[in-house]
Design a protein around this ligand. Sequence first.
Ligand code: FES
Ligand code: FES
Length: 162
Amino acid sequence: MAETFKLRINGRDHEVKAEPNTPLLYILRNDLKLKGTRFGCGEAQCGACNVLLDGNAVPSCDTPLWSVPGHEITTIEAIASSDTGDLHPVQQAFIDEQAIQCGYCIDGIIISAVALLKRERDPTDAQIAAALDRNLCRCGTHVRIFRAIRAAARVMQRQTKP
Ligand code: FES
Ligand code: FES
């Protein structure tokens, strides 16, 4: 039976009515029209639907609606600066390094990279690989994706220097 849930998404409060087990992905795309979060496998295997949940990257296709009230959800639409509109360093680095081909996987990969760089200022290649373990890219831009994440890390290190 449908119930009403209060959600905090991209810094704004939303109220939605749906079955408790509805995947968060469906709420984002169908109810709230936040289409940057993609549907890929629907089985928590590809990472295309990743969002930040309290700063951690999670697959929204495998995140039931009942589990998210009280948590801060951030989608790709709110990764750029809300003050200046500037792209996040990870987004800018993906453009600079031309790490995007068809682009279908990229929003989810950027979400994973943002979460990684929040907890690791200077990630090793092994840490980048581990963070992207559940992100599939069929276009095979992995080398450029790694380069972009390393470049974004350098930019963010400079930005946070005292
Ligand atoms: S659509 Fe969610 S992980 Fe693939
Ligand atoms: S850029 Fe096409 S699937 Fe990754």
